[in-house]
Design a protein around this ligand. Structure first.
Ligand SMILES: [Zn+2]
Length: 218
């Protein structure tokens, strides 16, 4: 710290004495705040590259579509595709530490996106026939494998597993109501959903009841 020879005071962060204005003597002190590092972590850099790449692709497609209007309004599909990707990615990052919730939410959001894409591309019914059963079966199987492997306690996954099972059964109801033509994926998914619900009923029913009453404030 610097010292004023006349006033005998120690002064920090100045080269002249605030009392008499004389130049200060002694060694300047080390800066009190740590130096900010501009280094970006590997993950942050990857995220920036992804953002840069997707936004540039969107802008280039919009510009190309603007120059070639006779090719139709296809650039909006690219923009919506990029938005769908970032929505899933954002949710993936938000719940990356709560795996049961992550898988359930991803299955549900991906299914909603499939419904949306099926709708805007002229409704082929594939979102109900194929994607619903595949996504919810995959979510159930993933929870069955990942939760015991990661030693996740039943109270953290039983509600998610139950929701996945119910969503897995839903396409079969649509098939029985005649809304779906090809029923094999829906029936497989419903069987899996039924087995999951039976498993929960036999082994985790107390936990499920407790979790539901806690979450719904019953
Ligand atoms: Zn002084």
């Amino acid at each position: 710290m610097k010292i004023c020879e006349k006033c005998h005071v120690q002064v920090r962060g100045s080269s002249v004495c605030p009392l008499c204005g004389s130049p200060l003597e002694g060694e300047p002190e080390l800066p009190i705040y740590p130096k900010l590092s501009r280094k970006i972590s590997g993950m942050g850099m990857l995220l920036r590259i992804m953002l840069m790449g997707t936004v540039s692709a969107g802008v280039i497609c919009l510009a190309m579509n603007g120059m070639l209007p006779e090719t139709g309004n296809w650039s909006w599909c690219v923009i919506l595709g990029i938005a769908s990707f970032w929505l899933c990615f954002f949710l993936l990052c938000r719940h990356r530490k709560r795996l049961p919730r992550l898988f359930t939410e991803q299955a549900f959001v991906l299914w909603l996106l499939c419904l949306f894409w099926d709708g805007i591309t002229g409704w082929g019914g594939w979102s109900l026939e194929w994607m619903g059963p595949i996504l919810f079966s995959a979510a159930q199987l993933t929870l069955f494998i990942v939760c015991p492997a990661k030693k996740i306690p039943p109270q953290e996954y039983v509600v998610c597993q139950c929701l996945n099972a119910l969503m897995g059964i839903f396409p079969a109801l649509l098939y029985l109501a005649g809304e779906i033509r090809f029923g094999v994926p829906a029936l497989i998914s419903a069987s899996l959903g039924g087995i999951t619900l039976l498993f929960i009923f036999l082994f985790d029913m107390t936990v499920l009841r407790r979790e539901l009453s806690r979450r719904l404030h019953l």
